[in-house]
Design a protein around this ligand. Structure first.
Ligand code: FES
Ligand SMILES: [Fe+2]
Length: 356
């Protein structure tokens, strides 16, 4: 297992960005313990419906705010959108400040607070903003208009668990032109990358052994990272599909991964055929992703890539990823090293580029 320091990514052990921390269905009225970004956290849904994520340990005497799971009393400790500590009943608002102590009326010391994280819910997932500099979000979560479109069959997310692999290895996939043939059985028609600020995009097309159903099937894929933890890949071919891959650093060098896939149906409400197509696509999408997953799970760390000139643009993708491990004041430096359209030598770029 290699760490952020081993890869020389930057000043911070954990990156800045929006990350999935739990499926929405996990955020309920009783506080639950959660571990992400190398920290113990607590997550709950307040009475207004708002999801709150905060550091787990009470500043009074360090009780875990999600303790007392067995007595059934945990849910009663949610008051409005605030939570009471199980030990001496200090209460913390969703901003993390202590707003009530049952046995003290004086002014609270400034240290009577826990760190609370900005949280947003989208497409059935809870996303948290993690920032080593504790700043406000500096980019928005990606839109997924298909999720709101009644023709699209939604999904629940597969929790693929954790792998002892640094997310750098997963990010490398975005510029990895040459793995498509060996791993996915793809006969590549075109491939290119576009890096632009906090987004990293990969456009590819060709026959795909796993993700097309007919022998001469062509699959066009347009995959984009918005920040370091959210990849949305749109596929057009026999059926329109969107694959969503979410990965979050759990410990330094350990990554938690979720996978989802939605498809466009032919009717509203969905016909049995729409649902069947969704299931089939989900299964082949997961199978294709599992081909990568198996490599990550078993590989050694590629601290340095022995890159050939005809490999994909790894120096660009790695520069892009470094922006999130360094102070945001320096993000533009890394973006400048990554931004632009990048071809892979001896591989056609997207047809729109070739036509220009
Ligand atoms: S440890 Fe939380 S109130 Fe005392
Ligand atoms: Fe892959």
């Amino acid at each position: 297992m290699a760490t952020t320091a081993d890869y020389g990514l930057g000043e911070f052990t954990f990156p800045r960005g929006w990350f999935m921390v739990a499926p929405s269905s996990d955020a309920v009225g009783a506080p639950k313990p959660l571990r992400m970004f190398g920290r113990d956290l607590v997550i709950y849904r307040g009475e207004s419906g708002r999801v709150v994520l905060m550091d787990a340990y009470c500043p009074h005497m360090q009780a875990h705010l999600a303790a007392e799971q067995t007595s059934g009393a945990a849910a009663r400790r949610i008051e409005g959108d605030s939570i009471r500590c199980p030990y001496h009943a200090w209460r913390f608002g969703p901003d993390g400040r202590c707003d009530h102590v049952p046995y003290y009326k004086g002014p609270m010391p400034p240290a009577a607070k826990v760190r609370s994280y900005p949280v947003e819910e989208r497409f059935g997932c809870v996303f948290a903003w993690h920032d080593p500099e504790a700043g406000e979000p500096d980019y928005a979560l990606p839109d997924l208009p298909e999720w709101q479109d009644p023709y699209w069959v939604r999904c629940t997310f597969d929790d693929l668990g954790t792998i002892p692999v640094h997310p750098q290895e997963i990010i490398d996939n975005i510029g990895d032109t040459r793995h498509f043939g060996p791993i996915h059985g793809q006969i590549m028609a075109y491939f290119d990358n576009i890096f632009d600020g906090i987004t990293a995009r990969q456009r590819s097309g060709g026959g795909h052994e796993t993700m097309t159903t007919s022998e001469d099937g062509v699959l066009d894929s347009d995959a984009m990272y918005t920040g370091p933890g959210i990849l949305i890949a749109r596929y057009s071919g026999e059926t329109d599909a969107v694959q969503i891959i979410l990965h979050t650093p759990k410990e330094d060098g350990v990554t938690q991964i979720w996978h989802g896939l939605i498809t466009r149906g032919q009717s509203v409400p969905h016909s049995p055929a729409d649902l069947e197509m969704n299931r089939a696509y989900h299964d082949i999408g997961l199978a294709a992703f599992s081909q990568d997953f198996e490599i990550w799970r078993t590989k050694g760390p590629a601290i340095h890539i022995l890159r050939l000139p005809t490999d994909g643009p790894f120096p660009r993708s790695r520069a892009w990823y470094r922006q999130f491990y360094n102070p945001r004041a320096r993000a533009a430096e890394y973006q400048a090293r990554a931004n632009g359209l990048h071809r892979t030598q001896d591989v056609p770029a997207h047809p729109s580029v070739e036509a220009a």
